[in-house]
Design a binder for this molecule. Sequence first.
Ligand code: AMP
Length: 543
Amino acid sequence: MRALMQERQLLISTLIEHAALNHPLTEIVSRNCDGETVRLNYSQLRSRAAKIAKALIALGIEGGDRVATLAWNTHRHMELYFGVSGMGAVLHTVNPRLFPDQIEYIINHAEDRVLFFDTTFAELVARLRPKLKFTTTLVVMTDRAHMPAGLEDCLCYEDLVAEQDDELDWPQFEETRASSLCYTSGTTGNPKGVLYSHRSTVLHSFTACASDGLKVSSRDCILLAVPLFHVNAWGIPYTSAMCGAKLVLPGPWLDGKSLFELAAAEGCTMSLGVPTVWLGFLKYLDDHPELDLSRLRFDRIVIGGSAAPRAIIERLHEKLGAYTIQAWGMSETSPLGTIGNLLPQHDGLTLDEQFALRAKQGRVIYGVEVRITDDNNRPLPRDGKTSGDLKVRGPWVAAAYFKGEGGDVLDDEGWFATGDVASIDQQGFVQITDRSKDVIKSGGEWISSIDLENAAVAHPAVQEAAVIGLPHPKWQERPLLLVVAKPGAAVDGADILAFLADRVARWWLPDDVVFVEELPHTATGKLQKNRLREQFKDFTFKH
Ligand code: AMP
């Protein structure tokens, strides 16, 4: 029997309409690329999103066409989030930190018809332009006064907005239609496109609002320190509109000083970012003991994208009284997969025990199923000890890559292999041990490079650490620890090994410690271990 409920489609346009109608005066504060701070509210954001949607229609853009952005966290980029998807086209947020060759590849692969870009990327776009096969319209995201020289024939964003009125009934279509596209940074091979739907995006937003999710609500003022080009800024633009949270957009400035000043000035209650952003933020606080930290009102900080070292979680608690929610996910999971909230039975634990739990990647949330399997795809126990290949499935998990790249990515039961190795405990806490290709296999056992790195960064003289496995004649592989020391710190390898000896099993201790000036990162801030393995392939352990 078919139900008798309304089949209103879950469309992204409904989010901005809801925010404009029910939270019209809630602000979006944006630091734009020219350094100016712009304040607008959801009613104005909706109006400008509708105008840009109408401008796209006037330019001949149709439902399903791809529209690219090369842009920072600004109100104009947010307007495109709603304007482009709302009118039925697909918003392709390009990561400007990729190599120019990769940017060219993905814009051509996506067949983007329009490219919106910030003035910061004028030079990059001028170089890319002759190589773009499908992109016939270029729009600079600025006003007439700031149009960069040499790109006079590009369209100007504010002109497009000024030419339209905001009367628009957003088109209605099936919620399963594509809304946005993000390419995985892919450390090997070409990047692959993940194509999100209106439905997957709206369902994902409900989870971010949920109390056992990221608890986003109309009481929040969110400092968005994760870029809008990094997996839809973890869904926060949509989530904020769903619940009417105030949003603070830092533009291109993600350094400690800029984040501190914005958070203090706007009274931010929540922020999200990768561990590197928080390392920079904490370093800024350390270097400036004169700062009045009582100006910060952070209640919780979401860390994801790479493992959040326990040392960061502890320091955010000690310095700011902020609760760190660790989240695990990937482009293919929209990205929320697991979220690190504790359960009532953990209330009685000591702070030390709670930190240990929060350093895990978090618990399963409704909508994402997880399991771990052995090499033959047989499920392994959820005992918190056994490690296996992490598989996921759910309504906001990818079913395939754009244009079928990479072939079938699901097994017969619909599970997607994440490429991560993890354990899961009885209560659904997931702990990522490694990327499967980064696991160190020593004497038939596994050593977690993530655990070793987290232990090493707890040393007061260590700024950043990476552990890679190198071939070993007796043990097959052994760990090498690479350390970036804090400026001016007097520390040697023996100090660090002595520090680690109290924190990890004896046989996990790295066979050597090498100090380096810096470590290589991917475009989304992850350690590039393949490059490190290449760089140190001729390294020989002393014993
Ligand atoms: P991407 O699709 O580029 O965002 O990369 C996703 C990958 O980042 C995951 O498969 C994990 O390997 C890693 N990752 C994301 N969040 C975490 C986390 N909280 N802890 C450990 N690894 C993470």
